[in-house]
Design a protein around this ligand. Structure first.
Ligand SMILES: [Zn+2]
Length: 299
């Protein structure tokens, strides 16, 4: 696993598609250090800390475990962007005080009440709670059920807050948005860096993946108020503002064009009349991001 220095005091690791590992972040100021998301598993979190040490020469702390290296630089907080499994099963390994939105804390508490052994995972797939791919990734990342430990969120917030790290600041805010209701972002204004988690992705509506304008538009409008130059999206790594809004703006235009229709052909015909050409592959996908949830919700 590789870690990168984005800019002074900001590090991140590459996402890994095979087991759906999101990128993990580290914000290191003169007075303290904050991790952004904890990863899919203890081995994911450990790989991140090892990659950081290889990159910076600094062993960042892995909590209060017995064999703590006395030269370790402790991580004071782990900020969790949302409740999805691939962002939280590494919390035990990062070890720092966890911080998340109150909805995230509530969800993690619910997840702690579920059974995560192999039979439990199969049950979560059967009930539709967990995609099969996610269950497979969790089994690959944590072959032994005893590794699948979820610790509670230590501190939760209602709307926003900030952590002063000396020369830099972490501003965290609840955003909600298209992916989950609890999604929160972390902004480092001095460096123009915005950690987005998964917030700009879609979600499943009765099994159909896609977007709804009522969560998408307010999210896009709020994201536009940040004066960031680097946007980190969990499963893609780095984007510019141009690229991020070059995706969100046409997506919203497409959603406005689709409206409540469930009929892909009708929406594609509207697109053709408006643009003077049939939708290309990318535009066709965007249309389906709206017609498919519309269809599922109309059933
Ligand atoms: Zn997610």
């Amino acid at each position: 696993m590789h870690a990168h220095k984005l800019t002074e005091g900001i590090y991140y690791s590459d996402p890994v598609a095979e087991t759906d590992r999101p990128l993990l972040g580290l914000v290191a100021g003169s007075q303290g250090t904050v991790a952004v998301d904890a990863g899919t598993s203890p081995s994911h979190a450990r790989d991140f800390l090892t990659a950081l040490e290889e990159l910076t020469g600094t062993p960042f702390g892995v909590g209060t475990g017995g064999g703590a290296n006395r030269d370790e630089v402790p991580i004071q907080r782990q900020f969790i962007t949302h409740w999805h499994w691939d962002h939280i099963f590494g919390m035990q390994t990062i070890g720092a005080t966890s911080l998340a939105h109150e909805l995230t804390a509530q969800k993690v508490a619910e997840l702690r009440g579920l059974s995560w052994d192999d039979a439990g995972l199969d049950h979560l797939v059967e009930t539709g709670f967990l995609p099969r791919f996610a269950a497979d990734c969790l089994k690959t990342e944590m072959p032994s059920p005893s590794q699948r430990q979820l610790i509670p969120i230590d501190r939760s917030f209602h709307s926003a807050g900030q952590i002063d790290l000396g020369d830099i600041t972490c501003i965290f805010e609840h955003l909600g948005g298209s992916h989950t209701d609890d999604s929160s972002i972390l902004y480092v204004p001095e460096r123009g860096v915005l950690f987005l988690g998964d917030c700009v992705y879609g979600r499943r509506y009765k099994g159909a993946y896609g977007y709804r304008l009522e969560t998408l538009v307010p999210m896009r409008d709020r994201l536009k108020r940040f004066k960031a130059t680097h946007y980190l999206i969990s499963h893609e790594a780095l984007h510019s503002a141009e690229k991020l809004f070059g995706f969100l703006d046409p997506l919203i235009k497409t959603g406005e064009l689709v409206g409540e229709t469930t009929d892909y052909q009708a929406a594609a015909e509207r697109y053709r009349r408006q643009h003077g050409a049939a939708p290309n592959q990318e535009a066709a996908q965007m249309i389906r991001f709206f017609t498919e949830p519309n269809t599922a919700l109309a059933r």
